[in-house]
Design a protein around this ligand. Structure first.
Ligand code: TGC
Ligand code: FAD
Length: 392
């Protein structure tokens, strides 16, 4: 892999909208990615392995629970700081950002928001420090876009719950210490349960043969008569709105993260266009290549503005789920289009692991699918503006 020469584009001087703390947090994450992620990530993606040695660094830059209060080990930052950290991590690799997203928004967030004080004190500090890694089990083999149809269930056995079922496509599953699992009780109501590695009947086989998110470990969560202690049920919210509330937070992070991947592809293509000579000129002098670059920076700038405004609304508690869907959908599509154009600008070199673009391009195929597919987010916007529900 070539040395990481990344320079972040900021065409509209959006740094002026950030506080000193935002910039400090962002720059620390940026430096860490350059030092600890860029030099190793291609090798780990090629061998389809998560680089476990970076977990400590992720914790140190505040990527595990950026907005979780400090009393529980979190970084106590605001929503824009959270977004900026996700942007910088995904600039390195979407799979690494996935690990941070799941840990923060899909494991720590529900324990913080829906858990009791004992659960917060038991789990959050260990998750914030990276001592424990978490996973989030919502998707099932037959229920992806329609999680409300889930069949994973638990029965009240008096002194414990008995959990049965299976979750599929679960980030961090193969090595997670704890899993927040969504399952139906005997009345069909969805609840969150904290399942710990080592509980009898709980297994987490890895999913192989992925062409995308290769540096992230994906797997199944299988529950075969798992005895879950009653104190592991999240008491403060139930129903499908509980897991969907976690997804709002994670989708917000992805809206920022995708900008990072796009910035890396743009920056790489821009540099290459000034160095690569054809017909006696740098290829950046050809109008067709300038069109690609000009459109990329325009789209990145629009996405940055969307994410920043969403961050302000998320911070003051006014962002709606539909607004979050719009930003996730727009920004991931923006990034996937830029990755494709940037790859072409590098010609044959574009498919080489010497550059990050092809890896971003493949990763973004997962990002456009998970946390709600591109189609699902469009239908959420459609429902919001028409009041007519395409899902019913
Ligand atoms: P619907 O009837 O609309 O809603 C059921 C209840 O939920 C409430 N609700 C929400 N609450 C909070 N946040 C949201 N975003 C919410 N959206 C809906 C709603 O008000 C209702 O509440 P109540 O009290 O009336 O019961 O549900 P539906 O069954 O029609 O489904 C709607 C749909 C399709 C939009 C939803 O299910 C959906 O978003 N599907 C996509 C599934 C998805 O995103 N899965 C992600 C799995 S996790 C993952 O991919 C992690 S990857 C992480 C990584 O590696 O980075
Ligand atoms: P399906 O729901 O079967 O969709 C197939 C196609 O049909 C899609 O194009 C979809 O848009 C379309 N479609 C479905 N319903 C409609 C409709 N009503 N109208 C129009 N079109 C429709 N899940 C977790 O719970 N936790 C995780 O940590 C996690 N990590 C993941 C990591 C990776 C690498 C991947 C790939 C997935 C992960 N997922 C995770 C699962 C992810 O959220 C689902 O793949 C996603 O929600 C889509 O579900 P599905 O794959 O079953 O596709």
């Amino acid at each position: 892999m070539k040395p990481d020469l990344f320079e972040a584009p900021d065409y509209y001087n959006l740094d002026e909208l950030l506080t000193e703390e935002h910039k400090l947090v962002r720059d620390a994450a940026r430096e860490w990615v350059k030092r600890d992620v860029s030099p190793i990530i291609e090798e780990y993606a090629q061998k389809a392995e998560f680089p476990t040695q970076i977990v400590k660094g992720l914790a140190e830059i505040g990527a595990f629970g950026p907005y979780i209060p400090e009393e529980y080990g979190g970084a106590g930052l605001d929503q824009i700081s959270y977004g900026l950290i996700m942007q910088e991590i995904e600039r390195g690799d979407s799979g690494v950002r996935s690990t941070a997203s799941v840990q923060s928004s899909l494991v720590m967030y529900p324990i913080w928001k829906y858990g009791n004080e004992e659960q917060r004190n038991k789990y959050l500090p260990k998750l914030a420090s990276g001592e424990w890694i978490g996973s989030f089990g919502l998707t099932e083999p037959d229920h992806g876009s329609n999680p409300g149809g889930m069949v994973t269930n638990f029965k009240d056995m008096g002194d414990h719950y008995l959990l049965n079922g299976a979750k599929m496509w679960i980030s961090n599953a193969p090595f997670c210490d704890v899993a927040v699992v969504w399952a139906k009780n005997e009345e069909g109501r969805i609840h969150g349960l904290i399942v710990e590695r080592g509980m009898e009947g709980f297994s987490t086989p890895e999913t192989h043969n992925k062409w995308s998110l290769r540096a992230s470990a994906t797997g199944e969560l299988i529950f075969d008569n798992v005895k879950v202690p009653k104190e592991n049920l999240l008491p403060n919210k139930s129903g499908l709105g509980a897991p969907l509330g976690c997804l709002d937070s994670a989708r917000f992070g992805i809206a920022w993260g995708a900008i990072g991947a796009a910035m890396d592809c743009y920056d790489t293509a821009l540099r290459y266009s000034k160095e690569r000579m054809q017909f006696g000129k740098p290829i950046g002098q050809f109008q067709l290549q300038q069109k690609k670059l000009a459109e990329m920076i325009t789209e990145i700038t629009k996405a940055q503005l969307l994410a920043w405004r969403l961050g302000v609304m998320r911070e003051n508690g006014t962002a709606t789920s539909a607004q979050i869907s719009m930003a996730k959908r727009n920004n991931v599509e923006m990034a996937i289009n830029i990755a494709r154009e940037a790859r072409q600008m590098l010609g044959g070199m574009g498919i080489s692991g010497d550059y990050s673009i092809m890896r971003h391009s493949m990763n973004l195929e997962s990002v456009i699918t998970y946390e709600g597919t591109h189609d699902i987010h469009l239908l959420i916007t459609g429902l919001d503006i028409t009041g007519l529900n395409a899902f019913k």
